[in-house]
Design a protein around this ligand. Structure first.
Ligand code: GLY
Length: 381
């Protein structure tokens, strides 16, 4: 093999697909390709409404990926014959009380500083767009460029596209990285199968730091950040319930409602630093339902169809680690934190470029894993 990708979430899959399209003989190891954090994610493509102070560099990559989405989704649907659920529906971020409104005003100022498209609306204007919003909504931001995709469909389409592009799937864990003469040379999989490859891409989400055999300087600094997410169903008789994604900060906690065309309504998400815990808790579900109910009182009428928790791969600066690591032959595609689904198209392009040329394209240079290497950090200090 030219390339072995470890991890079959959306990031590993898109890397394998793009690598195979470039003519590289590519294998992927994962017991359940298409699983991972995307099975829980809501699929908001929220480059503008999920902007945070201090993440300006990441904003550039997020926007680059959001801009690629329409063509990416069309190409993937063509290659796989699968619908990805891409929906250009826009987003409304709303505020319920004076503090939430002040928070939203700050976000609006930040968005305008970066020249992003976002329009301030009164509470009445918000309700004109989404009539089932609570009467207490005090104002909001209309962002017509933040869309959504169904991450489960995205993952399924990527599996099929990989199969059709000739990616070889090993449906097992990678247990140990093989290092030969100080170079990554493949991996030993569960059951003892050895897969040799010229280059190895570690794309195992929050598990990326746990692969045995990684030399200390190449271990990615990723950690799991738990998110609990609910799924409800809007029966056809209730439609139209919501026409776009609605999000809010309710008394300091983030909540979002993402309506799919098939009636699914995703409500997320908690953000909890609890290590590897994926328990769905009464408190998590209560808080999400309470906050969602404050925004859309009608939500309590809907059937609750699923509760689930996933692990975001958090990194020290909330941005992904992309490209060559501190071990020749090893590349990383991990640490996407809150933006894995959004960053899928650009990650595929960046990783294919890095695999073929050995270099990161300019847009991805700030995301080199080497920014966390001890030598680099000494220079920065
Ligand atoms: N980007 C949404 C979340 O991380 O919950």
């Amino acid at each position: 093999m030219d390339v072995l990708v470890i991890g079959g979430g959306v990031i590993g899959l898109v890397t394998a697909w793009r690598a195979a399209q470039r003519g590289l003989r590519t294998a992927l190891a994962d017991p359940e390709p298409g699983g991972g954090a995307a099975q829980v994610a809501a699929g908001m493509l929220a480059a503008v409404t999920e902007l945070h102070y201090g993440e300006e560099t990441l904003l550039g990559l997020n926007l680059a990926s959001a801009n690629r989405y329409p063509r990416f989704a069309a190409e993937l649907e063509e290659a796989s014959g699968e619908d990805t659920g891409y929906r250009s529906c826009g987003t409304l971020a709303v505020a319920l009380d004076t503090d939430d409104r002040a928070h939203l005003r700050e976000l609006h100022a930040l968005q305008r500083r970066f020249g992003l498209e976002s329009e301030w609306l009164t509470g009445r204007e918000c309700r004109r767009l989404e009539p089932l919003l609570a009467p207490g909504v005090r104002g909001g931001l209309r962002v017509d460029g933040d869309h959504q995709i169904d991450p489960r469909r995205l993952a399924r389409a990527l599996v099929v596209a990989c199969e059709r592009a000739g990616v070889v799937f090993h449906r097992r864990w990678a247990e140990r990285l093989s290092v030969v003469r100080d170079r990554a040379a493949g991996a030993v999989l569960a059951g003892g199968l050895s897969v040799a490859a010229g280059q190895v891409v570690l794309a195992a989400g929050s598990l990326s730091g746990r692969l045995e055999g990684l030399p200390a300087q190449a271990v990615p600094p990723v950690r799991p950040v738990k998110g609990q997410v609910l799924r409800l169903n809007v029966p056809p008789s209730y439609a139209p319930f919501l026409s776009r994604t609605v999000r809010a900060v309710v008394r300091g906690s983030h909540v979002y409602l993402v309506p799919r065309e098939n009636g699914e309504l995703v409500v997320g998400a908690t953000s909890e630093e609890l290590g590897w815990d994926t328990t769905v808790t009464a408190g998590g579900v209560y808080r999400l339902l309470r906050d969602a109910h404050e925004l859309m009182p009608g939500i309590t009428e809907l059937p609750l169809t699923e509760t689930r928790a996933g692990l975001r791969p958090g990194s020290p600066d909330n941005a992904p680690l992309l490209g060559p690591a501190e071990l020749p032959g090893l590349l990383l595609a991990t640490g996407h934190y809150r933006n894995g689904v959004l960053l899928t198209p650009v990650t595929g392009d960046v990783m294919a470029h890095a695999l073929v040329t050995g270099e990161l394209p300019d847009e991805a240079r700030p995301f080199t894993p080497r920014r966390f290497s001890p030598a680099q950090q000494k220079v920065s200090a």
